[in-house]
Design a protein. Structure first.
Length: 318
């Protein structure tokens, strides 16, 4: 049986680790807060006293952490993951991180005889919980094949994106697109309200039209039902879209919308706090025009038309 070590049991990581435990993998967990890990221990996971001990006892070691700095600390500490790696093991970075940083750490992983993979997920916490999430995997093809039995438990659609670092580039690109879509959805909802439109009808008009998107079908729901809870916060948005801006800067691409999105979310962070839910970026417009964007009778729980995944799909790489 493959033993999987999992470090980082937050909004996404906890859902992913839970999927492994439910599917009878031998799972070792670690988090800065052992209380967060307790439900996983109760469900059958084992606790690691250090990242080094976890790496030594695991075949695959997954990190799912909030920042590149956090991943580096876990990897490079005296009792970190690198100290416990050996030939044939796999380090899988599932955090949304910087391409250059994952390559830097990947070189250190290779020096131990182990293999690095960057495999961030996309689709939101609700899909991570049901195994419907998409996974990008950047690594050599033989490593991808070795990692695939784990990835197909965690996600429904798995795409081999090319060499190490390619998955991280594509992940921050998709988060940039989602952020741009969120801001335009907010503008559309507020403008429709101020133009006298019913917001339930507005939601449906967008949903059945060319204006529809994954972001509308998820984040518009939590805006209109008032929860605003998408399990993603403004500081994480700024981290991700700033990583995308860094890629563009290195490539010499003079982006125009990206700097504006960073400006908008930094303003939202200063007004509402770093840990405010990201859909509450709409509050900037609500406050500007003096309205609340809520739809009476809108479902209190977010729905997802995509059913729980019965299997998986390995997406062919073009």
């Amino acid at each position: 049986m493959t033993t999987v070590g999992f470090i980082g049991l937050g909004n996404v990581g906890g859902k992913l680790a839970g999927s492994l435990i439910r599917n009878k993998f031998d799972v070792i967990v670690r988090d800065l807060d052992k209380d967060v890990a307790q439900p996983f221990l109760d469900a059958g996971a084992r606790w690691a006293d250090s990242p080094q001990a976890m790496a030594a006892a695991s075949d695959v070691i997954i990190t799912c952490l909030p920042s590149p700095a956090a991943s580096a600390a876990v990897m490079e500490a005296e009792d970190g993951i690198l100290a416990g790696l050996s030939a044939g093991k796999i380090w899988a970075e599932m955090s949304t991180t910087d391409e250059t940083e994952v390559k830097r750490l990947g070189e250190k992983v290779l020096a131990t005889g182990a293999f690095p993979v960057d495999c961030p997920v996309s689709g939101g916490c609700h899909r991570a919980a049901t195994g419907n999430i998409a996974i990008f995997a950047g690594c050599d093809r033989h490593v991808f094949e070795k990692m695939l039995p784990v990835l197909t438990i965690l996600g429904r659609r798995v795409l081999h994106t090319g060499p190490l670092g390619s998955a991280s580039v594509l992940k921050v690109m998709t988060n940039y697109l989602a952020t741009a879509n969120l801001v335009t959805v907010c503008e559309a909802l507020v403008t429709s309200k101020m133009a006298g439109m019913d917001l339930n009808t507005t939601y449906e008009a967008i949903r059945i039209s060319s204006g529809n998107s994954f972001v509308h079908e998820t984040e518009s729901q939590v805006i209109l039902n008032g929860s605003r809870d998408i399990n993603f916060t403004m500081d994480l948005v700024i981290k991700d879209i700033s990583l995308f801006q860094d890629i563009a800067d290195r490539a010499g691409v003079p982006l125009e919308i990206s700097p504006k999105l960073i400006e908008i979310f930094k303003d939202g962070q200063s007004r509402f706090g770093s840990r405010e839910w990201s859909p509450n970026i709409i509050k900037r417009l609500e406050e500007a025009v003096g309205v609340d964007i809520l739809a009476p009778g809108f479902p209190a729980e977010m729905t997802d038309d995509e059913p729980e995944a019965p299997g998986y799909e390995v997406v062919p790489k073009s």
